[in-house]
Design a protein around this ligand. Structure first.
Ligand code: ZN
Length: 333
């Protein structure tokens, strides 16, 4: 009996060591993702329009969450919240990007960015008055005037937080991991533009921008939910993601979970923060499960109840382990 128990004990240690050698994906959980999406898309956030008190409240909420995960500011002298004043047409908007890092073990290794925007389009017509191209969306409003933006993009921020939690649980990588929650995306990516201008990101291996993760249809021809990866010149990123997915999950099938943009004519790649990094010559891809043809896209009914948190958990665990495996294999290059 005793020997057996010892044997079990050592097996258990081995299993535990094996799982923690690549981080604990059970930290990425549907129930937690739901909790975060509900908080960020709550009516009290007033649709998180850039420059509004609702957006400010969201920035503080994200900074608190980053601190709880034990992310560090970009540098000891900096705050987690990086304010900037940006101009859009005749409007001056005070924005707040929120950025935290997990420092890498090799200061010469390029950084890896995970990004997501947290701003949305506010309440009623306030946003479309300053940005007329959104007026048609706001006309849909009758009773409910708050654009809660649960899928767009509280889901991306919940994804960002869960990846930060996961990577914090894993052995440190050579690369510094930067988690950036951008403001001003709905104002034509003004938050990420301000960030790139202010911080000069330097050597960056990869940017993965998380957008609208909460709703998708299974592709019946594939039999799974493809993780759509928006690239232009960086198709090698999709190939690498598929390669390291197979290694991370021991998947011997030829299934490709990461698929390229099926509708480049809609310019979804150019319409989010990844594009601002791509303009700097940085490989920057968008990861999106929903597209702009979605029923709730920029609609007041984009509420937390409409999201599939099990799907988010599945997709984020896939992204987490795949990227971890990739960075580990690259050894800081
Ligand atoms: Zn969005």
């Amino acid at each position: 009996m005793v020997r057996l128990r010892v044997l079990f004990a050592s097996c258990w240690c081995f299993v535990a060591a094996a799982s923690f050698s690549q981080g604990d994906t059970s930290l990425i959980r549907a129930a937690v993702l739901e909790q975060w999406v509900r908080a960020l898309s709550h009516d009290s956030m007033q649709g998180r329009m850039s420059g509004s008190s609702g957006a400010q409240k969201a920035a503080l909420w994200i900074a608190t969450a980053f601190r709880q995960i034990k992310l560090k500011p970009l540098s000891p002298k900096k705050s987690m919240i990086l304010p900037a004043t940006v101009e859009t047409g005749r409007l001056r908007v005070r924005i707040n990007n929120v950025v935290g890092v997990i420092p890498g073990t090799d200061p010469s290794a390029p950084a890896v960015y995970f990004t997501a925007h947290y701003d949305h389009v506010g309440v009623g017509s306030a946003f479309s008055e300053s940005f007329p191209k959104f007026a048609p969306f706001h006309k849909k409003t009758d009773k409910d005037s708050i654009f809660n933006g649960a899928n767009d993009n509280a889901s991306g921020i919940a994804g960002l937080l869960s990846l930060a939690r996961y990577f914090f649980s894993a052995p440190r990588l050579p690369n510094t991991l930067v988690f950036a929650a951008f403001d001003g995306e709905e104002f034509d990516n003004l938050g990420s533009s301000a960030y790139v201008g202010q911080q000069e990101p330097g050597k960056v291996k990869l940017v993965l921008n998380l957008e609208m993760l909460g709703r998708a249809r299974m592709d019946s021809s594939l039999g799974h939910f493809p993780i759509v990866t928006y690239s232009r010149d960086d198709k090698w990123v999709i190939d690498s993601l598929n390669k390291y997915y197979r290694i991370a999950f021991g998947d011997t099938s030829r299934t490709k979970y990461f698929l390229p943009d099926p509708y480049p004519e809609r310019q979804l790649y150019e319409r989010s923060d990844n594009y601002i990094f791509a303009l700097e010559g940085i490989p920057a891809n968008g990861i999106m499960m929903t597209n702009d043809q979605d029923l709730y896209y920029h609609h007041p009914a984009d509420e937390w109840q409409t999201l599939d948190y099990g799907l988010m958990e599945l997709v984020l665990r896939r992204i987490a382990l795949t990227v971890y495996q990739w960075l580990k294999a690259s050894g800081g290059s």
